[in-house]
Design a protein around this ligand. Structure first.
Ligand code: G1P
Length: 288
């Protein structure tokens, strides 16, 4: 069965970006001129996803508005003959079929995924976390789907990270099957460095199977008192094989201020519209 559905957990409060996120969802913070969440939706759509479920919470209405038509704005742009801008704004509302469900309590990532149970039904599905923006020639999710096609089993995006930062991630012990493909043997959510089974971190892209739902339903709270997806995946791995794909591409951790800044600079350096002037500005600054 082809993977057509994706789940985006977006209920988080974004406290690391206060006060910017006091009344704006962190997913709507722009990298140059596009909200973070749109980069991730574009990656999903480019990978063949047709239906997207946002698992939202209070104060996330701006995400709903962003992926809807904005009639006033559209007719204004039409009236002014701004065809390019009009197209840009309209396209967003037509990218995919979008659905919303509320995560009424902040009980963790595993709980957020459980809120997608009815939407998912009996199909395999993707999960994309909006903090991870991945710049890759082949979309990261499409790279995972490739592995799914071969094994018809859950697939996690993996990246080797410096050991000093392994405690910020879900970490796996895995058996390397080929250059970038692994079979996952063990998973630990945010381990202390000494307990980490490897330097392979789980990055925010997953292909999951509905077998995860009965496990999530009775998953006890783990790290931070939250229902962790990683803990449920460990239990799932006892029932069916789970694979990992060390993706090709550059990941920006936009859940963190420094990562967000680096992503902004990287994206700006790639934009033709600045015509080298941003690079020149950076050079001058660094020489001061
Ligand atoms: C979540 C997951 C973690 C994963 C990370 C990737 O953590 O729980 O396993 O490594 O996303 O970004 P979070 O960063 O939401 O705390």
């Amino acid at each position: 069965m082809r993977v057509k559905k994706a789940v985006f957990p977006v209920a988080g409060l974004g406290t690391r970006f206060l006060p910017a996120t006091k009344s704006t969802p962190k997913e709507m913070l722009p990298l140059i001129d596009k909200p973070l969440v749109q980069y991730v939706v574009e990656e999903a759509v480019a990978s063949g996803i047709e239906q997207i479920l946002f698992v939202t919470g209070r104060g996330k209405r701006a995400i709903e508005d962003h992926f809807d038509h904005a009639f006033e704005l559209e007719s204004l742009l039409e009236g002014k003959g701004k065809a390019a801008e009009l197209c840009l704004v309209r396209e967003i509302a037509e990218m995919a079929k979008i659905f919303f469900v509320r995560q009424k309590q902040a009980l963790g990532l595993g709980h957020a995924i459980l809120c997608a149970k009815e939407f998912v039904g009996s199909e395999p599905f993707a999960v994309l976390l909006g903090d991870d923006i991945i710049d890759a020639p082949t979309p990261c999710l499409a790279q995972l789907l490739d592995v799914y096609e071969s094994y018809r089993a859950p697939v996690l995006a993996l990246e080797k990270v410096p050991m000093v930062s392994i405690s910020s991630y879900g970490c796996v012990r895995a058996n390397q099957l080929s250059e970038r493909i692994y079979e996952v043997l063990d998973l630990v959510e945010k381990p202390a460095i000494i307990d980490a089974p490897s330097d392979l971190a789980i990055i925010g892209r997953y292909i999951l199977t509905p077998g995860i739902f009965p496990i999530l339903e009775d998953q006890a709270p783990g790290k931070g008192g939250e229902i962790q997806l990683t803990d449920a995946l460990l239990r799932l791995s006892k029932q069916e094989s789970i694979f990992g794909r060390q993706f090709e591409g550059i990941r920006h951790d936009c859940g963190d201020k420094l990562g967000f800044l680096k992503a902004t600079v990287d994206m700006a350096l790639k934009r033709d519209e600045f015509n080298g002037s941003f690079e020149e500005f950076l050079r001058l600054r660094l020489c001061r």
